[in-house]
Design a protein around this ligand. Structure first.
Ligand SMILES: [Zn+2]
Length: 309
């Protein structure tokens, strides 16, 4: 598949246990008090006076797919764990988590309700078949880097992993995501990569073919948490935090239009498409993460019919 515009982001590390949302305890107290009095009118008045409109809880689905981002909600004040990780729950009760590419057949979610009892939900995980993609014609130094380059790559990957471990209260993760550029899908999430015939890591995002210089738009609102014009494998690299551990990465950029700390609106131009780093042609690699778990952007925002390969 020579000339195929592709890239690879190697695996990183980094986990972080979030703390409970400040203010949740106060809402919990009010809810409990309201229920004891048996007066929903009183409860509503108290919640409204606190400036919080109670949202209807969005229950967990029974099933999810490997690589999927799951957004659900509980009653405000309830607490949620996925495995051993305590999730950040916002004032509306919303929470989010991701299902890894290689996730086991079921995931356990625990919810502690406002009355103190805990319920356990088993989320069944639908497995996927991951295709093999052969990528020939990339520079040999990027497939088998010499020791000094390997050390540089490791340093750069740990910086990106640290950015992805952030757990902020931003709420962009709950928006309807949009595609950052228009174009043909030239590489899919999760496929097993063979570079110049050698085994590589699974593809950590989605590649969209587009001419160099095409503006890249933020798929959802957020804040820039990593920006570097020249990483060895990924070239011009941006990471946008969408909140609650959900982030987007954009690789091989020819131009960065934003800097670390900038707040970003959905649809804002943040960069331009390029072919920097290990790329065999201009394209945008868009990766989505939940902390160190890689997710499939196509499960967050499906491809328009015109963009399917
Ligand atoms: Zn890629």
């Amino acid at each position: 598949m020579k000339g195929y515009a592709v890239c690879r982001r190697a695996a990183g590390l980094g986990t972080h246990a979030p703390s409970a949302e400040p203010g949740v305890a106060a809402v919990t107290k009010q809810l409990a008090h309201g229920r004891q009095r048996g007066s929903w009118a009183l409860l509503a008045a108290m919640v409204l006076s606190a400036g919080i409109v109670p949202a209807l809880a969005t229950p967990l689905p029974d099933r999810a797919t490997q690589g999927q981002l799951v957004v659900a909600s509980v009653q405000p004040g309830e607490q949620v764990w996925v495995g051993n990780r305590a999730l950040r729950v916002d004032a509306d009760g919303r929470y989010v988590f991701g299902i890894a590419r290689d996730a086991a057949s079921a995931i356990t979610v625990r919810i502690r309700h406002v009355d103190g009892h805990t319920s356990t939900h088993r989320l069944r995980v639908t497995p996927r078949d991951w295709p093999i993609e052969r990528v020939d014609g990339v520079p040999p130094r990027t497939v088998d880097p010499p020791p000094d380059i390997a050390a540089r790559i490791a340093r750069e990957q740990s910086r990106v992993a640290e950015a992805r471990s952030l757990d902020s209260a931003l709420d962009g993760f709950g928006q309807s995501f949009i595609w950052p550029v228009s174009g043909r899908i030239s590489g899919r999430f999760g496929s097993e990569r063979r570079y110049n015939g050698k085994h590589g890591s699974p593809h950590s995002g989605m590649d969209i073919a587009a001419p160099a210089g095409t503006p890249v738009r933020a798929p959802a609102s957020g804040r820039v948490i990593f920006a570097d014009r020249d990483l060895y494998l990924t070239g011009g690299t941006l990471v946008i935090d969408h909140g609650h551990g959900v982030s987007s990465v954009f690789l091989h950029l020819s131009r960065l239009d934003v800097a670390v700390g900038d707040r970003i609106d959905q649809g804002q131009v943040i960069a331009a498409v390029g072919a920097t780093g290990r790329a065999s042609g201009p394209h945008l690699h868009w990766g989505m993460n939940w902390f160190d778990t890689r997710l499939d952007p196509l499960l967050v925002v499906p491809a328009p019919a015109t963009h399917r390969p």
